[in-house]
Design a protein around this ligand. Structure first.
Ligand code: 13P
Length: 249
């Protein structure tokens, strides 16, 4: 049985004070029966690590460098993130791919960099609206997965998580239906299971894209949806807690 996981991606939002208040509110209502993680902006990670110490909440970074160490101005390495309390990191979020030009190759390098530095990657994949309308969803998602498999191998997925985030559903209020998401989740799992049945059975595949308290239950009822990667609603403690409660088994 896969334990549900809800991850809050705060993106580039909040202040020191609002981030602290949000995290305190989530800690105070920590839900049983699921794993819970938040992705604060880099600069709040140290503070967040202090706050979550006595809780079961884990920290994930939103991004990391594709290199381990060296002259890479403005970058943050996997080892630094581990030292400051992160266990996981997002890799290949669509905002990184679309707005910052991260190619499948860069994403694969970051995935490996995370593993080498001791972080478990949360690999984000998903198609754009044009790709969905052209019937290319499966192709695009498989291509994104394949690039990482090629470099990291199936062993790279043993500790990893995959998040299916259709780009057209991110921040738009328009979620994929539970059935649409389930179809892609099943595809991701079966591709990984072709390489290793054990990894395919065990890996958690999260859905992201306008997850709200109103649609969470329906999404989590699907066999292959193991939780959520939540953007906007994770900035509202009440909404985030309600999503966590819907995921708890
Ligand atoms: P929203 O929940 O705001 O659509 O964002 C999803 C997301 O990008 C999480 O990483």
């Amino acid at each position: 049985m896969r334990k549900p996981l809800v991850v809050g991606n705060w993106k580039m939002n909040g202040s020191r004070e609002s981030a602290r208040d949000l995290l305190r509110a989530v800690i105070a209502k920590e839900t049983e029966g699921l794993d819970l993680m938040v992705c604060p902006p880099f600069i709040f990670i140290d503070m967040a690590a202090e706050l979550v110490k006595a809780s079961g909440i884990e920290l994930a970074a939103q991004n990391l460098a594709s290199h381990q160490v060296g002259a890479f101005t403005g970058e943050v390495s996997a080892e630094m993130l581990v030292e400051f309390g992160c266990s996981h990191t997002l890799v290949g979020h669509s905002e990184r791919r679309v707005l910052f030009g991260e190619t499948d190759e860069i994403v694969a390098a970051k995935f490996v960099s995370a593993l080498n530095g001791g972080l478990a990657p949360i690999l984000c994949v998903g198609e754009s609206l044009a790709q969905r309308e052209a019937g290319e969803t499966d192709l695009v998602v498989m291509q994104q997965l394949e690039e990482v498999l090629k470099v990291a191998g199936i062993a790279g997925f043993e500790r990893s998580i995959v998040a299916y985030e259709p780009v057209w559903a991110i921040g738009t209020g328009k979620s994929a239906t539970a059935e649409e998401a389930e179809t892609v989740h099943r595809l991701i799992r079966s591709r990984l299971a072709e390489e290793s049945k054990q990894v395919g059975d065990k890996i958690r595949v999260l859905y992201g894209g306008s997850v709200k308290p109103e649609n969470a239950k329906e999404l989590f009822a699907m066999d292959n949806i193991d939780g959520a990667l939540v953007g906007g609603a994770s900035l509202d403690a009440k909404a985030f807690i309600e999503i966590c409660e819907a995921a708890a088994k």
